[in-house]
Design a protein around this ligand. Structure first.
Ligand code: ADP
Ligand code: MG
Length: 493
């Protein structure tokens, strides 16, 4: 075994001895965390720095303890430099940061920093609720939800035309694209586009009377006006708006009186070159409305939104994750985008569930937990998502025998050779990896692992595990190999 400067640090105590003193270390670590916190998104900070500790310091090197193996590559890939910078601010003599996975740190209030206590959340983020707003003329419009913008609408080939039309209308309401008619199946972004266009218009014309309403609300208003004999008033009010946005006009079908009122409102707005934006779940000619209304709808611009392709779905879900300030493993996002194909709302629904899991239980979404969520949401397990449900239900936790076999397959060495006495490199490394996986994931003791490997001493196992942990930090190839094995075993992410 070669021994490098950092591995001699790593070989120092800590893992097996929860009583290692941390006085001084914890102060320094807190100071470093205070530097780090403002630089990271809160959710990332909480996720990756909870239950961490500064284990030891040897000369210019500090050893950071991480509670779970999965955190190791995130830290190496994403936080090592930032952490080093922060550490240097606190103590300019620090020159190196190394990591060590230490399972005993998990929820260990004695040794690991209680991140939620030291860094309490300042304010809870609130998603805006849907409310109504009274306009000057007495018209009720739903508040345009500020979360819908043209900027955060992800454009793909499924929505290129619709998006371009909305952009054009936002830039010049009442211009060539009047009315603008967007159609497509449920959950594909129609409401988003409509409200985003309204928001965009209001941004550069803050005084414009932009009214957004659903067909259902519009119908209710007509019914109420008829009942209270205030139809004239309603007409006047609607005719004074600058931009009228009506969502889901397929619900006008079979409502003759509402259709008639709408027809007149439409005409007067149209003549005054006021912008009208409509959505429906199908194109105008299939709406089964009065012909005169259908032909009005067909006068302007008609654009559809269809089902987004894989790349667009992935882009959408990544955008949403960003909006919710949720850091999710890209592999998990890919998994969701692959399996939720039918509509974007479902895509978002899965993400929201993952978000809840994350907020309430501080659990990182994994492919496995997402697959479980999908299986729960999926009423018919034999439908589309069959393979997902199947995989989750039948996958049992791996045994050490599975670990041995997996490693043996990966490196093409026999299990017997790994268990045996040979010290050639080709066998030594797989053996050490198997030991590492057994310790890190199966939580086996060093003694037990030693027994399996032909009665090796527990210190031998300990050295092997440490060696792999250390080498993974500097050897991306080894890191990939270990991750591949973990993945095959369904461990880690
Ligand atoms: P529809 O009105 O067509 O039923 P919505 O506009 O309500 O669908 O969309 C459902 C959800 O999916 C919304 O939260 C919306 O923000 C989101 N969404 C749909 N398409 C996109 C897209 N291309 N980019 C970003 N978000 C989208
Ligand atoms: Mg809608």
């Amino acid at each position: 075994m070669t021994s490098s400067a950092s591995s001699s640090v790593i070989d120092a105590p800590a893992r097996e001895d929860p009583a290692v003193p941390v006085t001084g270390m914890s102060e320094l670590w807190l100071a470093i965390l205070r530097e780090l916190e403002p630089k990271l998104q809160r959710s990332q900070f909480i996720t990756w720095f909870r239950d961490t500790a500064l284990l030891t310091r040897e000369g210019a090197t500090i050893v950071i303890g991480l509670p779970i193996p999965m955190a190791l590559d995130w830290h190496l890939q994403n936080y090592r430099n930032t952490t080093l910078d922060a550490a240097r601010i606190c103590d300019s003599t620090i020159e190196n940061v190394v990591y060590k996975v230490d399972g005993t740190l998990k929820d260990n209030r004695e040794r690991a920093v209680d991140i939620l206590e030291h860094f309490p959340e300042k304010k809870r983020r609130k998603l805006p609720g849907k409310q109504e707003v009274k306009m000057a003329e007495g018209i009720v419009s739903k508040i345009l939800n500020p979360k819908y913008t043209l900027e955060n609408f992800v454009v793909g080939s499924h929505s290129r035309l619709a998006n371009a039309a909305c952009q054009a209308v936002a830039g010049a309401p009442g211009g060539k694209y009047n009315p603008l008619f967007i159609y497509g199946d449920v959950g594909l972004g129609k409401t988003h586009l409509l409200q985003a266009t309204g928001n965009a218009i209001l941004r550069h014309m803050p005084r414009a009377a932009v009214v957004y309403t659903t067909t259902e609300d519009f119908t209710n208003q007509v019914v109420e006006a008829i009942r209270s004999q205030k139809m004239d008033q309603l007409r006047r009010r609607y005719r004074s708006v600058d931009v009228l946005i009506i969502d889901d006009v397929q619900f006008l079908a079979n409502k003759e009186r509402t259709q008639e009122e709408f027809f007149h409102t439409f005409n007067s707005l149209y003549e005054e070159r006021k912008q009208i934006i409509l959505s429906a779940d199908r194109p105008p000619q299939e709406l089964q409305l009065e012909d005169r209304l259908t032909s009005r709808f067909e006068r302007g611009m008609i654009a559809d939104v269809s089902v987004p392709d894989y790349e667009t779905r992935l882009a959408i879900i990544s955008e949403k994750a960003k909006e919710y300030e949720m850091f999710i493993d890209p592999a998990v996002l890919q998994f969701i985008a692959q399996h939720v194909t039918r509509n974007v709302r479902e895509l978002e629904g899965i993400l929201m569930q993952a978000f809840a899991l994350y907020e309430l239980e501080q659990r990182m979404p994994t492919v496995k937990s997402i697959a479980e969520i999908m299986r729960k949401l999926n009423k018919d397990p034999y439908e589309e998502e069959e393979s997902v449900g199947f995989q989750v239900q039948t996958r049992r936790a791996p045994t050490f025998q599975d670990v041995l076999e997996s490693v043996s397959r990966y490196y093409s060495v026999s299990v017997n050779d790994m268990l045996g006495a040979s010290r050639v490199r080709e066998i030594l490394v797989p053996r050490q990896i198997a030991m590492f996986v057994g310790k890190a994931y199966l939580r086996m003791s060093f003694v037990r692992i030693g027994e399996i490997f032909s009665g090796r001493d527990h210190t031998t196992v300990m050295n092997a595990v440490t060696k792999i942990e250390t080498k993974m930090q500097d050897d991306p190839q080894l890191l990939r190999e270990v991750r591949a094995i973990e993945q095959e075993l369904g461990l880690g992410r």
